[in-house]
Design a binder for this molecule. Structure first.
Ligand code: ZN
Length: 277
């Protein structure tokens, strides 16, 4: 399995995020897996995950560089880690930062979380970075949908604005675009670089209502849906996510695509069981 939606923060930031999640007033949830660094990697391996991303994001200026350096350090130590960094517009020089991440460090992409960073995806200060990413075929994983607790539903409009300008940009819409499923489906029909991840989708949980776009969505986008979980920020067992997708009974071939082949193709990884690293 390849998990395209795994968070990998430095320990102190993970602890701050978990504290935030566990203050009931935010409508979030208790964290079952309070793991970071070595233990985090070992735990994913124990679930049968071969490769996984290092999604992180900055909530303020001046933080992204150290987050990216942390990913670089750990991806040198752990071959299973697929390095993803982040770019914060407020830090400036986004094209230079993108070139460092992708040309010098060979990262696969970035994660952007507009609700946490308070920087919109279509913030024009970001466009020079998107231009570099489109040219180098790198991936933006983003969380533009209103799920689970946000009240902004303008994500599809903002994403469309980016894709009109950079139509070949590869974008993974987290959580299958919940809850604006229809709007992201329309976008995916128009732009073939639009992908989806399954983080927290279709799992039976009280913390994420209306979390399943339904089997027809999975059939329709079987070549562009990527297995993702949101590990370690989960209130339930990791395998619940695997079981939830298998319960859709999509068949072996589609499952193989969703659990690994689509991610291999998107990121240009070696085929399963092949040689290489
Ligand atoms: Zn996430």
């Amino acid at each position: 399995m390849i998990d395209i939606h795994v968070h990998f923060f430095p320990p102190a930031i993970f602890r701050a995020i978990w504290r935030y999640f566990e203050q009931g007033s935010h409508g979030l949830w208790p964290i079952l897996y309070r793991v970071h660094t070595k233990k985090h990697v070992e735990m994913l391996r124990s679930f049968g995950v071969e490769r996984f991303t290092s999604l992180l994001y900055a909530h303020k200026a001046g933080l992204a560089d150290s987050l990216n350096a942390f990913v670089r350090e750990w991806s040198a130590k752990e071959a299973a880690l697929l390095p993803f960094g982040t770019i914060y517009c407020g830090d400036g020089n986004v094209a230079g930062k993108a070139r460092t991440l992708f040309e010098d460090w060979n990262f696969y992409g970035i994660k952007l979380h507009p609700f946490v960073s308070h920087e919109n995806l279509d913030d024009e200060r970001m466009f020079d970075a998107y231009e570099v990413m489109e040219a180098l075929d790198r991936v933006v994983v983003c969380h533009p949908g209103s799920a689970p607790v946000y009240d902004q539903t303008d994500g599809p409009r903002r994403l469309r604005r980016i894709l009109e300008r950079f139509p070949r940009l590869k974008v993974v819409v987290a959580h299958c675009g919940a809850f604006e499923y229809g709007d992201y489906t329309a976008l995916a029909h128009e732009y073939e670089g639009v992908y989806f991840d399954t983080a927290m989708n279709c799992v039976h949980t009280h913390v994420f209502r209306d979390n399943c776009p339904g089997p027809s969505f999975f059939l329709q986008f079987q070549d562009r849906i990527l297995f993702g979980t949101d590990f370690p920020n989960l209130p339930y067992d990791y395998m619940n996510q695997v079981d939830a997708l298998k319960a859709l009974e999509l068949g072996e071939e589609i499952e193989r695509k969703i659990f690994s082949e689509n991610a291999r193709r998107l990121l240009g990884l070696e085929p399963a069981g092949g040689g290489g690293q």
